[in-house]
Design a protein around this ligand. Structure first.
Ligand SMILES: [Zn+2]
Length: 277
């Protein structure tokens, strides 16, 4: 568990490793009703601590609110009510200079990798294990490139932080640094699951397979009552009571004359007969 107290992250039951290391690289407090946006970055640095130290160094003229290490350790550099310097020259929709509107989350990651004869290397000369190399095309590039993979801990911890930030500050947008500075920036890049993070945090979608489902289409039941079965066969068992006419459903897969569907029904039910998770 994690919570925000005085605009700082706190681990509730000691299950998160959170350190506060204050940077002097910041401006004043946010204006009323701000921040409302989260900007995701990778550090392109060699370690969590070296990136934290750099963003606390006056010479950097840069900072962020949070850095997340490869094992999920969190270093907070400034309180969430304070403007930090992570976005630089930037624009999103009609707004310019996103520092004034956003919380910056840096993730310890080398970013773009360099291919050499014997494998892939970071820009600071460290060889990266094959299993930690992601070959992917950045949305603003023409060709595929190599990127360092993010860790599962980073994905989980960043999602958790975004979740409680949204509860506290009414976050309405999550963007990558590349989205707001496409001429200059490529972070967090294609190795970071930004779409999934946005769907989970902003739209509350919990479906873990949402990135894999393609060609998703919707349907509506035209029979008076339609049986829903465990296998694509009229002999197989029924999953539940027949679905009434007019019910809307999502078609996840089609096999011959059969469609695998997810039923979406909305309505009021007696609360005492519900188990919540
Ligand atoms: Zn950045």
């Amino acid at each position: 568990m994690m919570k925000i107290e005085n605009h700082k992250l706190k681990s509730v039951e000691g299950d998160f490793d959170i350190l506060y290391q204050e940077t002097s690289n910041h401006s004043n407090k946010f204006a009323t009703a701000l921040p409302d946006t989260i900007v995701i970055h990778y550090t392109a640095g060699s370690s969590l601590q070296s990136s934290a130290d750099w963003l606390c160094n006056h010479d950097a003229q840069a900072s962020a609110h949070i850095i997340v290490g490869k094992k999920g350790k969190i270093i907070q550099l400034a309180a969430f009510d304070t403007i930090t310097w992570h976005a630089g020259i930037s624009q999103w929709n009609e707004r310019k200079n996103l520092n004034k509107f956003s919380i910056g989350i840096e993730i310890d990651n080398a970013g773009l990798l360099e291919k050499r004869a014997d494998g892939y290397y970071t820009h600071f000369g460290e060889k990266v294990k094959e299993s930690n190399v992601v070959i992917a095309k950045h949305k603003f590039d023409q060709e595929e490139k190599a990127w360092e993979a993010f860790t599962q801990e980073q994905i989980k911890v960043v999602e958790k932080i975004c979740f409680i930030l949204k509860e506290q500050y009414n976050i309405i947008e999550i963007v990558g640094h590349d989205d707001i500075a496409p001429e200059r920036k490529r972070d967090p890049g294609p190795a970071w699951p930004l779409r999934k993070l946005k769907e989970t945090i902003l739209y509350g979608r919990k479906d873990d397979n949402s990135d894999q489902i393609t060609n998703l289409s919707k349907g509506i039941v035209t029979a008076d009552y339609l049986n829903i079965r465990s296998k694509p066969s009229a002999q197989s068992s029924k999953v539940t009571d027949p679905i009434p006419k007019g019910t809307k459903l999502k078609i996840l897969e089609t096999k011959g004359d059969w469609s695998y569907v997810k039923v979406e029904i909305e309505g009021w039910v007696s609360k005492k007969w519900l188990k919540t998770f």
